[in-house]
Design a protein around this ligand. Sequence first.
Ligand code: UD1
Length: 368
Amino acid sequence: MSVKIICIAGARPNFMKIAPIIEAFRAQPGIEPLLVHTGQHYDEKMSDLFFRELGIPQPDMNLEVGSGSHAVQTAEIMKAFEPVCLQHKPDWVLVVGDVNSTIACGLVAVKLGIRLIHVEAGLRSGDRTMPEEINRILTDSISDRLFCTERSGVENLRREGIDPTKIHLVGNVMIDTLLKNRDKAEQSTVLDQMGLKVGGYATMTLHRPSNVDEPVAFSNILEAVDTIQRELPIVFPIHPRTRKNIASLGFENRVAAMPGLRLIDPIGYLDFLKLNTHARVILTDSGGLQEESTILRVPCITIRENTERPITCEVGSNQLAGTSTRAILSAYENVKSGRFADRRIPDLWDGRAAVRIARVLAGLAPES
Ligand code: UD1
């Protein structure tokens, strides 16, 4: 008898996590996966492109919820997902990461008595003003199987009183995807197209509400960016939220006056992996990029006050800079002077995390 598992993907950072899970589940006798896209992200460049590039099968269902306030978006996902569960009667629902789709589908599942699996469990920034932190804490507290990427996740869950038999340290599914696609990404011609040289530019992503919805924080970050772009071109694929805010906060002229800041539309996984692989430094407020830079061994400056991924700082590739102009520039000076600790790869970030998850769920002993 096989177990039926509905797997949820909703927002861009979910897609690279769900790809290896679906692949491993399809290859694992005893597991029957179904894929549901909530439609939280829906633009061609925020969604479809990733499905194509990563070879994710067409979702069995798309809930097409779209954008909205947190309450509206979460509620719409719940309303749309409940009938799916009632119709398909899965044994498990699997959610990844920390976006609104994660908690919305998790809540629907447990209230119907369906067991919940959380992949990337236990990460904690300690900052409850971050919407993702609330999603993480709530999802973990109702999950029946919790798969962790790093030891801090296991420790956080134990401290919060989660039954240790539910917790499994399996590695990082996002890194499964990176390792699988590394060679393919090398074929990308994006560097030539943009006239960039290996090691001769930075990449940047910025989209956290605490950075781009707040005029003072955003302005301070732009000041640091202005200084850096004078010596190093910065490739900045811009998130829809950030683009809107540059206009609404009146920063358009400032951005236009920075010739080294190469603002482009969101780009695909493979082009961005190629860009990051050969960057001198990565500037970001994303969670996933802190992890990807660790594997790529490219210095990462995290423009945040905290991180839920402390292993990336422990192994030396990531500097938690904060958001002040001075702190960002001082982290940049560290990059220039090569002041980085010896870097190593975190345990189990080896491309086999999804296979370990599949084995646990199929009732087999996880391979080491
Ligand atoms: C969400 C996640 C965040 C993740 C980020 C990656 C939550 C709480 N946050 O934030 O953790 O790091 O995705 O991108 O779930 N928009 C479009 N097209 C799209 C999707 C969004 O234009 O395909 C615009 C809409 O104006 C929307 C805004 O972006 O209102 C924000 O989208 P939303 O999904 O609410 O949150 P993100 O900021 O993307």
